[in-house]
Design a protein around this ligand. Structure first.
Ligand code: ADP
Length: 319
């Protein structure tokens, strides 16, 4: 193995640059050449390559986004697209590919692996919804970003004695919502994994008001319903007049937290180590503090379980 490729794909996440830097420098340290593909699988198919050197990945560890940029590529989801990608990798003499992204991006990598091509996945998504790792790159930063915004909202919510609804990202997973709710001391959290009971929520809000709470914060993951719809339902059912904030894409941006910069650096190194050991078709992860590898398909075949204790904590602490 002489030359290794790397790409970032799907949703971006803070810390992806730190992972690119680590992959590149660890590869060069081990005597490999590094090539980056811009714009995920789209760039792979189009041969949009950029050589990566020790210095070209300098000054990026703290930068949000991804210098390689990212994209979604419909063409790559078809068998012809994957075959074409494989052909491109061979044309550029690339012996293995590292894919930084979420479970969709890993599915693409797995298709290459099934054709006998060496791949390793690095989990990067703010959703943290991937098995095979306790945390994905970008999750911690996104939680901190959400927390900073929610703290500001709480100030005004308490001054004006208001009910605030904050919509956070998470179409299918509530990890970010739960983490932000516990950290911000929110009264309620609604997540896609749990059926939502409007009557129960209204009852809890009434109870909170009777006990003298002058403001409340509800964190709702976008996958449950848009905050605007929830607000309308609360108005119709309980007469509540909630203010809405949708945090949106700011949760994806910003410099990685120290946790994410370290995680990305460790996983980047771990990905090259896996290739050196001849472990292909795997994802690297951080499991109870250690860098581990698992078959890449674990990312979508296994559902990462929610921490029930964290969910109860929101209820207990929000009384
Ligand atoms: P994420 O990696 O953040 O989960 P997506 O689900 O959008 O993001 O996936 C990113 C890209 O990965 C897709 O645009 C597509 O190119 C590729 N991909 C996703 N699923 C598959 C699949 N089943 N086969 C091949 N490629 C896939």
């Amino acid at each position: 193995m002489k030359r290794i490729g790397v790409l970032t794909s799907g949703g971006d996440a803070p810390g992806m640059n730190a992972a690119i830097r680590s992959v590149t420098r660890t590869a060069i340290y081990n005597g490999f050449e590094m090539i980056g593909f811009r714009r995920g699988y789209e760039g792979l198919l189009e041969g949009d390559v950029v050589p990566l050197s020790v210095s070209s990945v300098g000054g990026i560890i703290h930068r949000g986004g991804t210098i390689l940029r990212t994209a979604r590529c419909e063409r790559f989801t078809k068998p012809e697209g994957v075959r074409e990608g494989l052909q491109r990798l061979r044309e550029y003499d690339i012996d293995a590919l590292i894919v930084i992204g979420g479970d969709g991006s890993f599915r693409g990598a797995y298709e290459l692996h099934k054709l006998g091509y060496p791949v390793v996945g690095i989990p990067g998504t703010i959703d943290n919804d991937m098995a095979g790792t306790d945390c994905t790159i970008g999750f911690d930063t996104a939680c901190n970003t959400a927390l900073q915004c929610i703290e500001k909202l709480r100030d005004t919510a308490s001054s004006h004695e208001r009910l605030f609804l904050v919509e956070v990202m998470g179409r299918h997973a509530g990890f970010l919502a739960i983490e932000a709710a516990v950290a911000a001391g929110a009264e309620f959290v609604l997540i896609p994994e749990r059926k939502f009971d409007l009557d129960l929520l209204c009852k809890k809000l009434r109870y909170a008001r009777e006990r003298g709470k002058n403001h409340s914060l509800i964190i709702v993951a976008e996958g449950v319903m848009p905050a605007s719809e929830l607000s309308a339902q609360l108005k119709d059912t309980g007469g509540y007049d909630a203010r809405i904030t949708v945090l949106g894409h700011i949760q994806r941006g910003g410099s990685p937290s120290s946790f994410d910069a370290v995680l990305a650096s460790r996983l980047g190194g771990g990905a090259i180590d896996a290739l050196v050991r001849g472990e292909f078709g795997v994802m690297v992860g951080r499991t109870t503090g250690r860098i581990t590898t698992s078959p890449i398909q674990i990312a979508w075949e296994q559902t990462k379980s929610l921490d029930e204790d964290m969910l109860s904590l929101v209820d207990i602490l929000g009384i």
